[in-house]
Design a protein around this ligand. Structure first.
Ligand code: UDP
Length: 496
């Protein structure tokens, strides 16, 4: 379903509007949704802001060059009106947690721009698919009479968990933040801690937004998810019953990019020469490289970077190599001084990428046999799609629950052992720091691990094969994309 296989022969294609949330981990999968829908015959309008459009320019160019019927529309985002720095149009540009609330305010003002735009140009669009963080879309779509479908970025396992915790009011009855408890009614039971599953929306100051979310969910026609039936069948079935709506899993969305350019250019442009990177990887033995990256929002202070470095350095003496991504926001003179000495000592064994890595391309290379990840869903699912086992190091939000899915349910990962959550864009507390020795131990277990490690790899490889089949012609996700288009065209409005 890459752009190359396009055949848009429908004389009256469904027109679907996509409205992503402004964070890399939300924008990237929505670009893939655009590609999949347009490849399957829909006409797509993708709405974003000028700063975000500039950042995803490589992806926009690829879609436009492949002649897919996707129109990109930029509408203004009034950051300055709510006290944000000019140009602060993406969550990863927020410099302090206090600015998240103004950001969400600017987002609802953006909703007014979207309404004006739709009223003037597209009042007859067949359907809007919007990120669940944009719950203002519900009111806009209802006022224009446009059917709307929610896109949930996290795993179904996490969405279901949150729903069940809310349904049974579990968190209110627990005093000890670090006591393990079972999530009720979960088809695949796991134990979690309150501190790890409390989301922003569970806090009193976000009550209004939380109510708006559930109101919008009621008015929505269904839910699209970046997962696949063969991976999360029991959660998908249970979640569908809980909300009483159709749920369409259409992932893994990263597999919508089949060629190497597509894999290399997801989201932002790569900070490293991909030819150089590929030749470095080609020189390594199969499954001998671990990829270490914590996504676009998690922060690592220098104290934690040093511990990670020590862990990798001591483990790498045993024939292992690493690609380690140091986030743009973690860079400072102090970090740079430390990193350059580290790189000198580990030359040839550790490749440090400062900024943005071509993650899907790296995970898909045969030399890569492990991924140390923060367990946000895109990264987790990209590892599953590539058949790569994981060292799990969750930080906040959905990540601790995804860790349980990876380690306890799917059994394709080993926990680093992080217990204390951190807030995004916030400094990591002393208590949350993970020691280099723990990093070393988990690296060796994941990458070597004996018979247990081999079994883990086999399970990961079976899931990867299922993921590939789901997205191929006739596969479950492929068929669900077609069903969404039929729904938009009014051919299955009663939700089969
Ligand atoms: N990503 C990437 N290069 C990077 C960091 C992230 O390509 O250096 C991509 C990654 O492949 C994934 C997305 O950005 O598709 C990150 O989403 P995820 O949900 O894993 O984490 P978040 O960044 O939202 O914490």
């Amino acid at each position: 379903m890459d752009g190359s296989s396009t055949h848009n022969s429908d004389p009256n294609p469904a027109h679907i509007i996509l409205i992503p949330f402004m964070a890399q981990g939300h924008m990237i999968p929505m670009l893939d949704v655009a590609r999949l829908l347009a490849s399957s015959g829909a006409l797509v309008t993708f709405i974003t802001t000028p700063v975000n459009a500039a950042r995803i320019r490589p992806s926009i160019d690829r879609i436009e060059n492949s002649q897919l019927p996707v129109r990109f529309v930029q509408l203004p985002f009034h950051s300055a009106d709510v006290g944000l720095p000019a140009g602060c149009e993406n969550v990863d540009l927020i410099s302090s947690p206090d600015l998240f609330k103004p950001f969400m305010k600017a987002l609802s003002l953006f909703g007014e721009q979207v309404k004006l735009y739709l009223t003037a140009t597209n009042p007859t669009a067949d359907c809007i698919i919007f990120d669940s963080m944009n719950s203002w879309v519900g009111a806009v779509a209802e006022s224009l009479g446009i059917p709307h479908i929610i896109f949930h970025g996290p795993s179904c396992f996490y969405i279901l968990c949150s729903r069940l915790l809310k349904k049974h009011q579990v968190l209110k009855s627990i005093d000890d933040d670090y006591k393990l408890f079972k999530v009720p009614e979960l088809p695949e039971p796991v134990e979690v801690m309150k501190a790890q599953v409390m989301s922003l929306m569970d806090r009193p100051e976000w009550e209004k937004e939380s109510e708006e979310f559930y109101k919008t969910e009621k008015s929505a026609c269904g839910v699209v998810m970046n997962t696949f039936e063969e991976l999360e069948k029991s959660s998908l079935d249970k979640f569908g019953k809980e909300i009483g709506k159709k749920v369409w899993p259409i992932g893994p969305l990263s597999l919508a990019n089949k060629d190497s350019d597509g894999k290399a250019m997801r989201g932002k442009a790569s900070s490293i020469d991909t030819v150089l990177l590929l030749s470095w990887l080609d020189s390594k033995a199969p499954n001998s490289v671990m990829f270490v990256s914590f996504g676009s929002l998690s922060r690592n202070p220098i104290s934690q970077l040093v511990q990670i470095g020590q862990g990798l350095e001591s483990a790498s003496s045993s024939q292992l190599s690493f690609i380690w991504v140091v986030n743009e926001a973690d860079k400072s003179e102090e970090v740079e001084n430390w990193l350059s000495e580290f790189e000198e000592r580990t030359k040839g064994r550790v490749m440090v990428i400062r900024g943005w890595a071509p993650q899907a391309m790296i995970l898909g290379h045969g030399a890569v046999g492990g991924f140390m990840t923060h367990c946000r869903w895109n990264s987790t699912l990209e590892a599953i799609a590539a058949g790569v086992v994981m060292a799990t190091w969750p930080r906040f939000g959905d990540q601790f629950v995804n860790e349980r899915l990876v380690v306890d349910v799917l059994r394709i990962g080993v926990a680093v052992g992080a217990k204390v959550p951190t807030l995004f864009v916030d400094e990591m507390s002393e208590k949350a720091l993970v020691k280099g020795e723990e990093v070393r131990k988990v690296v060796e277990k994941v990458m070597q691990g004996g018979e247990e490690g081999d079994e883990r790899r086999k399970r990961a490889s079976v899931l990867s094969e299922k993921a590939r089949k789901a997205i191929e012609v006739g596969g479950s996700s492929f068929e669900n994309v077609k069903k969404i288009i039929q729904f938009a065209k009014g051919e299955n409005k009663h939700l089969e």
